[in-house]
Design a binder for this molecule. Structure first.
Ligand code: SF4
Length: 688
């Protein structure tokens, strides 16, 4: 009937899973999701989505959703009204700030939340509390890539758009399980490659789908990428294959940089990485012969003690071969969450204000102080890794964390849980009672992306709008409203009527999105930063200049950081990463039936050699033990891994959770945990 049809509606949204940033229409009837319908005009994906975008939405209506604030009473929580929860928070925050100072408090935003929400979280930390202790989970993944690009080319984002990768003559993928982690982006590469328009070279310790498809696959020893990258760079220099014009006109520091490549001979690289000299020469030649090279990388590079340096080495290699500034070239650090890019872009970083302007810069602070009417502290704050240590040492007393299951996704979680227990006051804001929320004093019920408006910025720096599909469930609220209420309970007097008001304020402050406003983002319209005040955006970076005072890029010398050695007793190397079907700790995907029925749990990939050696079969239950904890998981025998390297997907929140095994070691430049440097011993618990 007409009445029934009137309840059917269609709303445009942006996927809340990975950084590809697929957008699509959601057809609904009341709170029922009828279908997900991608549209041709969707800039990142067109008519494609992956299984998560298509079927991963039941969690929105899950019975486990938080619909009321919760307040701790002894070992349990009781439901409360918003007023009581906010009063308690304002009382405790004020008390702790007065007793121990603003730097005794820490704030963590979520890369699943909108740009506007990240902006408000750092404004609360800096402008209302008076601390720069604010961070987001890009610290767990891509901050090393951002730093590597800051050092060399000046902007910490993908050089071009996802569609530009299609145009590349050679795609080099390093430490990225692209077809499972960024499915729709991988599809574009698969297509170009199949059509013979593109060569594909993959470097990874695991033989995943993209490796299977590649023209050349190299399997370097874990943590040795910086060595072969430098050897290939040196080989290109020695052969005279550099792009001399490009270097002369657009790059600084060539002479000093070349000197630092001296030790990286092919012989040395072969010895350390285990990749044959012949393969590395083939790789160098392919780069030399290709008209355009795009380099894609992810956690396999960044989550190491030398993650920033390896990211820098990738950018150096592209600079000396002139692979920046024209279509099909450039660097693509693939962002994990839907809004990892945006959370940092909008200032949830301890040393950077929105648009990556430095908190140490007096002029920048003055600009903010003027509009905010508040003093901004000049010393950079603590990152989330330092916050955990700060709690242990007693300097951090309170934490306000939104949408981040830090108690599962940070490394060495037993150590993190001990920290949570030491906090005087802990506020967690989430859509579910996550593992982290179990440690909270107050839990605030938030709304997922379907229940709010705002913008996300995907891996290609593309800012896109999402529209509200449903009303917030129960008493839950969009995060921007909750943060505003918390700020106002502390006397802030904020008065944002809609997320567009927040964007307007941010656009006034940060040159990166000077011309961003909601009209320019209507429907499927989008903008790639930097956006000039007249609304002109930047699909491809560095076509004319690099954002340094003289407009030139900088070669940045780096050194190799050896991976940590856990000792001979821990003889199994535990690689870890994603599965196509699930997302991170699985808070959303396991609660979506279409997905959990297909892939109900994780498994440990073991090689045939190891299986034979230890008597393992498919389904054998093993216990892995590292110096930091244990994980229990069933085995799956596969050709994807070799020797004593195993692969444990990160998508388990129970006995198999990977971060029971990871350490507190981190990238020396950014403190990103060295998740990929894990060794364990293995015992068989049950043969199937
Ligand atoms: Fe969502 Fe990423 Fe899948 Fe696109 S590729 S539908 S953004 S999870």
């Amino acid at each position: 009937s007409a009445m029934r049809d009137a309840r059917i509606k269609k709303t445009k949204t942006v996927c809340t899973y990975c950084g590809v940033g697929c957008s699509f229409d959601v057809w609904t009837k009341d709170r029922k999701i009828l279908k997900i319908e991608p549209q041709v005009e969707a800039p990142a994906n067109g008519i494609s989505t992956c299984v998560k975008g298509k079927f991963g939405w039941d969690f929105v209506n899950s019975e486990e959703r938080l619909t009321k604030p919760l307040i701790r009473e002894g070992d349990a929580f009781r439901e409360a009204e918003w007023e009581e929860a906010l009063e308690l928070i304002s009382f405790k925050f004020t008390d702790i700030k007065d007793s121990y100072g603003p730097d005794s408090m820490a704030f963590i935003t979520s890369s699943k939340c909108t740009n506007e929400e990240s902006y408000l979280m750092q404004k609360l930390a800096r402008g209302i509390i008076g601390t720069n202790n604010v961070d987001n989970c890009s610290r767990y993944c891509q901050t090393p890539a951002t730093l590597g690009l800051f050092r060399t080319v000046g902007y910490g984002g993908d050089t071009g758009g996802i569609k530009d990768i299609e145009k590349s003559e050679l795609v080099l993928i390093i430490g990225s399980n692209t077809s499972e982690s960024h499915p729709v982006l991988a599809t574009r590469i698969k297509r170009s490659h199949k059509l013979g328009k593109q060569k594909l070279i993959v470097a990874d310790i695991r033989k995943h789908e993209m490796a299977d498809r590649s023209d050349l696959f190299i399997q370097p020893a874990p943590g040795s990428d910086m060595i072969w990258l430098s050897a290939v760079t040196k080989y290109i220099v020695d052969k005279g294959w550099t792009d001399r014009d490009f270097i002369k006109n657009r790059v600084n520091g060539m002479e000093e940089y070349i000197k630092t490549l001296e030790p990286y001979t092919m012989e040395y690289a072969e010895k350390v990485t285990g990749v044959s000299k012949e393969d590395l020469i083939t790789l160098a030649k392919a780069i030399h012969e290709a008209g355009s090279v795009a380099a894609l990388w992810a956690m396999g590079v960044t989550q190491h003690g030398g993650g920033s340096d390896t990211s820098t080495a990738i950018s150096n290699l592209l600079l000396i071969t002139g692979n920046y500034g024209k279509p099909g070239t450039g660097t693509y650090p693939l962002r994990g969450h839907n809004n990892v890019q945006g959370a940092s872009d909008f200032g949830s970083m301890p040393d950077r204000l929105p648009g990556y302007e430095k908190v140490t810069d007096e002029k920048v602070r003055a600009k903010y102080e003027n509009i905010w009417g508040a003093k901004i502290p000049e010393n950079p704050g603590l990152n989330n890794h330092e916050m955990v240590e700060g709690i242990h040492s007693g300097t951090i007393k309170a934490m306000y964390l939104k949408g981040e299951d830090m108690g599962l996704v940070d490394s060495n979680i037993n150590h993190v849980h001990e920290a949570f227990e030491k906090l005087d006051f802990f506020v967690v804001q989430d859509i579910f009672l996550s593992r982290t929320a179990e440690f909270a004093d107050v839990v605030l019920p938030a709304s997922p992306s379907f229940e709010k408006e705002g913008t996300f910025t995907n891996t290609e720096r593309r800012i896109q709008r999402l529209y509200q599909v449903f009303e917030p469930l129960g008493d839950s609220k969009p995060d921007w409203q909750i943060i505003m209420n918390v700020a106002n309970s502390l006397g802030a007097g904020w008065n944002y009527g809609h997320p567009s008001d927040i964007m307007d304020e941010a656009a006034k402050l940060s040159p990166l999105y000077a011309g961003v406003n909601y009209e320019r983002l209507e429907g499927y319209k989008s903008l790639q930063w930097p956006v000039a005040s007249d609304g002109k955006d930047t699909p491809l970076l560095f076509t004319e200049a690099f954002p340094f005072p003289d407009g030139k890029a900088r070669l940045f010398p780096v050194e190799w950081t050896k991976p940590i050695d856990f000792g001979d007793e821990f003889d199994i190397h535990v690689n870890n990463g994603r599965l196509l079907e699930h997302f991170h700790e699985g808070n959303m995907t396991y609660k979506s039936k279409g997905i959990s029925s297909k892939t109900p749990k994780v498994f440990l990939e073991v090689s045939r050699e190891l299986a034979k050696d230890r008597g393992l079969e498919d389904g054998t239950l093993v216990r892995l033990t590292s110096p930091y904890g244990h994980a229990k998981v069933e085995c799956l025998i596969t050709d994807r891994v070799k020797g004593k390297e195993v692969y444990l997907p990160m998508n388990d929140s129970g006995d198999g959770a990977i971060n029971q095994l990871t350490s507190s070691h981190s990238d020396k430049d950014t403190d990103t945990p060295a998740y990929k440097e894990v060794q364990a011993k293995m015992e068989v618990l049950r043969v199937k």
